[in-house]
Design a protein around this ligand. Structure first.
Ligand SMILES: Cc1cc2nc3c(=O)[nH]c(=O)nc-3n(C[C@H](O)[C@H](O)[C@H](O)COP(=O)(O)OP(=O)(O)OC[C@H]3O[C@@H](n4cnc5c(N)ncnc54)[C@H](O)[C@@H]3O)c2cc1C
Ligand SMILES: NC(=O)c1ccc[n+]([C@@H]2O[C@H](COP(=O)([O-])OP(=O)(O)OC[C@H]3O[C@@H](n4cnc5c(N)ncnc54)[C@H](O)[C@@H]3O)[C@@H](O)[C@H]2O)c1
Length: 474
């Protein structure tokens, strides 16, 4: 008999905690998971899953409305109708199904699910505030996976009806005629795609000088041409949404991002605030083990996912997912969870963030893995090597031409001396699927000289990447 109630207690049953629990069971660990709210966390209930369901339905509407594209394929369709509530139901039903599947997968593997607010109560001790009072458990290891919530800048008032975050927009409770979207990151882009496809006019507001500041600049430029300019979207850059007041109309005071002077007041029907996310790591008892959150509230960890106190790993304490602030992505959270469990099981492993891909599920999609060109240049300058880039275009790809979907490009960034691929960026049809070949290449630190000799089936979209590798290798 073990001296502990559990081998591993995970606090937070989002995708990170769920992935970690499944891996822990496969490694023979007696595991419990604590969840204060909805099983599946953000991704399943308010993130990836409902947003992708909305993008799938609205993407079809966009396609069917594109007479020009359909005519080129020899197709004519009559009037296109959709029901907002039926599209919302598609998303809600999918959420229910995936949440049920996720919960059942834990039960089937005999992971104990404990409902309540979990806290670290000391070294190898966890307490849970449940409906029936506080419970305490001993455990060999503790893993924190508390995730994140939307960041709402000061001055912005959320009423959940006219001014809202993605927590509400995934429910698609209304289709405003005119909606302002604050933030041109992933959420801003994906919901701009949904709203414009379903007939709303969008004003996209970004504090930085350029739209999509976190994306590779060439991709942001292409996105501007393909995803923004041809659609019913007005843009404002270099302005901060300083004050947003709900109502009818919603008023938005925009200030110059540098001087903070008010430069414009917008009156719109609704406003989606998509200005980033903040960790949910407070009130978790971390002071009991002398762990301090970093300046932005994230849990400090090393690449093994051990929690750090004063820069040193705290024994038997691990943290994963959005609350670590490394890459706020569902698959990154799961990957971190698996790495943490491997380390718990004395099989040393670290997370290779460079090779974790990311995608925005717009129409067409955007994806990347590794470094952007500015990041690669910075690394090159600090380590003393040179970089080069190669591009290929969907308009030269037979499959893309056959589909009538020729917008987009792939860009490969590599070291001039060794040919090592440092980053790959794609915008175009099925970019989110196409990136995985590049992700495998980055994981193996492969050279464009090797990659240029791989054979791709013809005619496939994957030849876009093949072409970029071949151009890079000369
Ligand atoms: C609109 C939207 C779309 C997204 N789309 C994608 C996408 O397409 N692809 C992608 O990779 N990522 C996407 N993301 C990001 C993704 O949802 C997150 O990266 C992911 O959910 C992080 O998982 P996590 O396990 O770290 O945390 P979460 O999913 O946030 O789960 C944490 C859980 O912990 C619980 N919890 C917190 N504190 C405690 C406590 N003390 N005790 C008990 N329980 C606690 C919370 O209730 C929550 O259920 C999207 C996010 C949003 C908002
Ligand atoms: N497909 C996906 O993988 C996916 C989809 C949605 C969300 N996510 C994750 O969710 C996280 C949050 O997404 P997000 O889009 O909210 O954040 P983000 O950090 O990607 O983008 C936020 C944008 O808002 C701008 N901004 C901030 N405050 C502003 C203000 N007051 N006025 C004007 N602009 C302002 C920022 O400059 C930035 O460009 C991301 O980190 C992402 O990883 C992923």
């Amino acid at each position: 008999m073990s001296e502990f109630d559990y081998d591993l207690i995970i606090i937070g049953a989002g995708v990170g905690g769920h992935g970690a629990a499944l891996h822990a069971v496969s490694c023979g660990l007696k595991t419990a998971i604590i969840e204060a709210a909805d099983m599946g966390g953000t991704c399943v209930n308010r993130g990836c899953i409902p947003s992708k369901a909305l993008l799938a339905a609205s993407g079809r509407v966009r396609e069917l409305h594109d007479d020009h594209h359909l005519k080129a394929l020899g197709i004519q369709v009559g009037q296109i109708n959709f029901e907002r509530q039926a599209i919302a139901d598609h998303a809600n039903n999918l959420v229910d199904k995936i949440r049920g599947d996720l919960t059942n997968s834990l039960k089937r593997l005999k992971v104990d699910i404990i409902k309540g607010w979990g806290k670290v109560a000391g070294m190898q001790k966890v307490s849970v505030e449940t409906d029936s009072g506080e419970k305490s458990y001993s455990t060999k290891d503790i893993m924190l996976a508390p995730g994140s919530i939307p960041f709402v800048p000061p001055g912005i008032e959320i009423d959940g009806k006219t001014v809202f975050t993605s927590d509400q927009s995934v429910r698609l409770e209304s289709l405003p005629d005119w909606i302002a979207v604050i933030g041109s990151g992933y959420i801003g882009l994906e919901f701009t795609d949904v709203y414009t496809a379903l007939g709303s006019e969008v004003t996209l507001i970004e504090a930085m000088d350029k739209l999509m500041p976190t994306f590779d600049p060439d991709i942001a430029k292409q996105a501007q041409r393909v995803l923004i300019a041809p659609r019913d979207i007005e843009t404002r850059t270099g302005v901060l949404a300083m004050k947003v007041t709900p109502g009818s109309p919603v008023t938005i005071e925009l200030a110059d991002a540098k001087t903070k002077d008010i430069v414009e007041v917008l009156e719109v029907d609704a406003c989606l605030v998509a200005t980033g996310r903040i960790p949910t790591a407070k009130n978790m008892g971390l002071e009991r083990v002398a762990v301090e959150l970093d300046r932005r509230g994230f849990i400090p960890v090393d690449d093994r996912m051990a929690v750090l106190a004063d820069g040193k790993p705290v024994p038997h304490l691990w943290a994963i997912g959005d609350a670590t602030g490394k890459m706020m992505l569902a698959h990154a959270a799961s990957a971190q969870g698996i790495v943490a469990v491997e380390n718990i099981c004395d099989r040393p492993r670290t997370v290779d963030y460079r090779s974790i891909p990311a995608a925005a599920f717009t129409h067409p999609e955007i994806s990347y893995v590794g470094l952007s060109e500015p990041q690669a240049k910075e690394l090159a300058a600090s380590e003393g090597f040179e970089i080069a880039t190669a591009r290929s275009y969907f308009k030269g790809n037979s499959k893309a031409i056959a589909e009538g979907e020729t917008d987009g490009m792939a860009k490969v960034i590599y070291r001039k001396d060794t040919g090592e691929v440092l980053g790959v960026h794609i915008i175009g049809i099925h970019a989110a699927d196409l990136i995985h070949e590049a992700s495998a290449a980055v994981a193996k630190r492969e050279s464009i000289h090797t990659l240029a000799h791989l054979v791709h089936a013809h005619p496939t979209l994957s030849e876009v990447l093949d072409e970029a590798y071949k151009r890079a290798a000369g």
